[in-house]
Design a protein around this ligand. Structure first.
Ligand code: 8YV
Length: 319
């Protein structure tokens, strides 16, 4: 196939796996919007040439970019979340949207436990303590036991289930909150998030982002979690009222937090950085070689399947 007969794909920004960019470039005629000195003029001049888009859950795709691509037929997104992608605008145009669920469940659930263990046992903080050379002179503060505690999961989808599976090895009691009881799930269902927070020692967020869950975890939920409770967020920064969280952490109205996602990432508020009862990671829950490879494969398969059959392999669910 000559370069010109390959479908033209618009890559919206840099992809988390450089190998994927190289692989896309061998199969398609790719241009990266973020590389253009003037993206708006580029879209005005060349937008009509693209039939496909590749993006990520973090970068998403705005309605105005979709509007600037009149021949767009397919979007392949790297990630399970699609809150940053204007699904409504895509569907209205009959554009197929593929994404990468399933393959990242284990790594995201592992990260939830890593954050839970770290904030409770002070792993990152004690590493800093050892490296500062303080061990010979001082004792590191006591931590909190994770095993046997109550784990409240917010959002019982695929990732929530993977978190719940891991809890049995820690002999934790598990409860969950969801819009409705999850089918076939025998764990205790809490209709009220506040009631779950009150019951739980650890509140782990695995719920989808977007307007429906914005600031679901607010001051009241944090107060219900209480001074011995920990918040773990591997979902989306938007799910938590970050200002209320900072206040709760500063005033020790909750014990601590493990956060992989932030309201305005990659910018993290100084107030969070200054707190020692918080563990911060840079949205890396899915960032392992194995999982990112599997996600990249699905991005490629979704495109390949669309151009071969007219349907992506794994479409985002219709609301
Ligand atoms: C990725 C994510 O880190 O899948 C998601 O929804 O947020 C993450 O797995 C992200 O897509 C990479 O940009």
């Amino acid at each position: 196939m000559t370069e010109n007969s390959q479908p033209r794909i618009l890559q919206i920004g840099r992809l988390p796996l450089p190998a994927l960019e190289a692989e896309l470039a061998t199969r398609y005629h790719v241009a990266c919007l973020a590389d253009q000195p003037d993206p708006a003029s580029f879209l005005a001049a060349q937008g009509a040439e693209f039939t496909g888009v590749v993006t990520t859950a973090s970068i998403g795709l705005k309605a105005e970019v979709i509007a600037a691509l009149p021949r767009l037929q397919v979007i392949s997104s790297f990630g399970v979340g699609f809150d940053a992608l204007d699904i409504g605008a895509a569907k209205a145009r009959g554009v197929q949207v593929g994404y990468t669920p399933g393959v990242l469940n284990d790594c995201v659930a592992d990260m939830a436990f890593a954050l839970m263990l770290d904030v409770s046992r002070g792993i990152a903080a004690s590493d800093r303590f050892v490296r500062r050379g303080e061990w010979p002179q001082a004792r590191f503060a006591l931590g909190t036991r994770v095993s046997g505690k109550r784990l409240g999961i917010v959002g019982m989808g695929r990732i929530g289930q993977a978190v719940a599976e891991r809890a049995s090895g820690f002999r934790m009691e598990v409860g969950y909150h969801n819009r409705r009881p999850a089918e076939g799930c025998s764990l205790s269902y809490f209709e009220s998030l506040t009631a779950l927070a009150q019951w739980a020692d650890y509140l782990v967020l695995t719920v989808a982002g977007g307007s429906g869950t914005r600031h679901l975890v607010n001051r009241d939920v944090l107060n219900a979690l209480g001074p011995n409770g920990y918040l773990i967020n591997v979902a989306r920064g938007s799910v938590v009222d970050e200002a209320a969280l900072i206040e709760a952490l500063t005033e020790r109205r909750i014990a601590g937090a493990g956060l992989d996602v932030f309201e305005n990432e990659p910018s993290v508020p100084d107030a969070l950085m200054a707190l020692d009862n918080v563990v911060l990671t840079p949205h890396t829950a899915s960032a392992t070689h194995e999982t990112r490879r599997a996600m990249a494969d699905l991005v490629l398969e979704n495109l390949e399947s669309f151009y071969a059959t007219g349907a992506v392999r794994v479409p985002v669910p219709v609301a």
